[in-house]
Design a binder for this molecule. Structure first.
Ligand code: MLT
Length: 231
């Protein structure tokens, strides 16, 4: 599903959803857990996110790629690496990624996917043996390349164990196999990479396209995301 706005076309009951926003929400969430965050509360609205500060959470917000005023953190994974999130719960709202998560609540399980934890998600889905729907955050309801490339990477690693029923899955696989030798170059002209470059955000794209840097496995449990790979 290349946009959360199309989720009404799908029956999520009994399925595992992999929510993905490569640039940058789910890459950032995976990074935050890898650097010691205990819980992540993805929320839809800025005001809702701000209220989590009273609960002792760090609060993070991004709109149109920019860190929102009055928040502890934005949506660059690099902001979560200096020990500041160790042992902390984080509430976060982003332009697209947190919306994709919230619109997937009917699913049996919601897993947070990124290239950074690709194999951890692959292994988990092989264990779960549920039908899988990859929900791409896209950009404000529109298709983007990087999230569909991720879907293709996941399909390539799962295709020996899963059958797939639609052309979107096949297209994502072919797209990834065309691009995988050099994703950074392949995405150089994409809308989101250009948007980030225009905002003088240069390091995030290359970092978020790395495969299997972390083994974190964020999954929705009750009312938040927790890393079920954490010992
Ligand atoms: C999003 O959630 O839309 C993206 O992560 C936006 C961004 O951080 O550039």
């Amino acid at each position: 599903c290349y946009s959360p706005e199309l989720l009404h076309l799908y029956d999520l009951k009994g399925k595992a959803v992999v929510a993905v926003d490569i640039l940058r929400a789910t890459s950032t969430m995976v990074t935050a857990f890898a650097h010691g965050a205990t819980d992540i509360f993805p929320v839809m609205k800025l005001e809702e996110c701000q209220a989590f500060a009273e609960r002792g959470c760090l609060i993070a917000a991004e709109r149109d790629g920019i860190k929102a005023e009055g928040f502890d953190l934005g949506n660059s994974p690099f902001a979560y690496m200096n020990g500041n999130v160790q042992g902390k719960a984080i509430a976060i709202t982003t332009t697209n990624g947190t919306r994709a998560i919230h619109l997937s609540m009917e699913a049996e399980e919601i897993v947070i996917g990124s290239f950074l934890n690709l194999q951890a998600v692959t292994n988990h889905l092989l264990d779960l043996q549920l039908d899988v729907l990859v929900v791409c955050a896209g950009w404000k309801g529109k298709f983007n390349l990087e999230d569909t490339l991720y879907a293709g990477a996941l399909v390539e690693r799962l295709q020996h164990a899963f059958s797939f029923e639609n052309d979107a899955t096949l297209a994502s696989l072919y797209l990834y196999q065309t691009a995988k030798q050099d994703l950074v170059t392949f995405l150089r002209q994409s809308s989101h990479v250009r948007r980030l470059e225009n905002l003088e955000i240069h390091k995030d794209t290359e970092f978020c396209l790395q495969h299997d840097v972390y083994s974190t496995l964020p999954v929705w449990k009750n009312d938040r995301l927790v890393d079920i790979a954490a010992k």
